[in-house]
Unconditional design. Structure first.
Ligand code: ADP
Ligand code: 5GP
Length: 197
């Protein structure tokens, strides 16, 4: 059976990377789509593992070559999903996780309506701000930009298939894991039904 695509969105600092890191320890046949970005690497981020860190000229060239499944601008930088790896992983039967923001999620939904969309929310805006500040990876103005963006993102949470509140990492990972399992059972039931017809 072909793998499924899972889109994980949520405001910057909500804990998407933290939760996904834990999820990958628990599930097999799960592929993380490594995005390309023009944002500079943070301390500890590794090129080719967290992101493909590239220059704007190369990003634009990739747009021209139709190399992205989706791409968007987010608070001053470009981010995009190289499509070849996603397609290959799904063909191999692996589920693919896309950690992407709202505009990208809309583009993927148009191209792959069967992709499952999950929105991660913080327990409150003040906790989101606290997490962004404690992470310590952005300047005050970048944090302000990300918080402004977060307010518009919250309004779209309702258009996603699932909402997970990350008040506790372990609980959020369990919920995400359960969503992936439930979606597999549904896909299995659909293919069983097709084989009976
Ligand atoms: P994102 O990938 O959504 O931008 P991160 O995973 O980098 O967010 O998390 C932002 C910060 O919040 C990190 O310092 C992380 O350790 C912390 N964090 C994540 N989840 C929780 C949680 N449930 N409670 C408290 N802090 C958390
Ligand atoms: P960060 O700079 O904090 O790593 O990511 C900022 C935002 O960009 C997050 O909301 C993250 O989900 C989103 N993002 C990361 N990769 C992609 C991508 O390939 N496409 C889109 N559209 N958004 C992405």
């Amino acid at each position: 059976m072909k793998g499924k695509a899972f889109i994980i969105s949520g405001p910057s600092g909500v804990g998407k990377s933290t939760i996904l890191h834990e999820l990958f320890k628990r599930r097999e046949k799960l592929y993380f789509s490594i995005s390309a970005t023009t944002r500079p690497p943070r301390a500890g981020e590794v090129d080719g593992v967290d992101y493909h860190f590239i220059q704007v000229e190369r990003f634009r060239r990739m747009i021209g070559e139709d190399a992205f499944l989706e791409y968007a601008e987010f608070v001053g930088n470009f981010y995009g999903t190289p499509k070849r790896y996603v397609e290959d992983a799904m063909e191999r039967g692996e589920d693919v996780i896309l950690d992407i923001e709202l505009q990208g999620a809309i583009q993927v939904h148009q191209k792959m309506p069967e992709a499952v969309r999950i929105f991660v929310l913080p327990p409150s805006i003040s906790e989101l701000e606290r997490r962004l500040r404690t992470r310590g990876t952005e300047t005050d103005d970048k944090i302000a930009g990300r918080l402004i963006r977060a307010r518009t993102e919250f309004e779209s949470a309702g258009s996603y298939d699932y909402i997970v509140i990350n008040d506790d990492v372990e609980k959020a990972v369990r919920e995400l894991d359960a969503i992936l399992t439930a979606e597999h059972c549904r896909a299995g039931e659909r293919s069983d039904a097709l084989s009976l017809t």
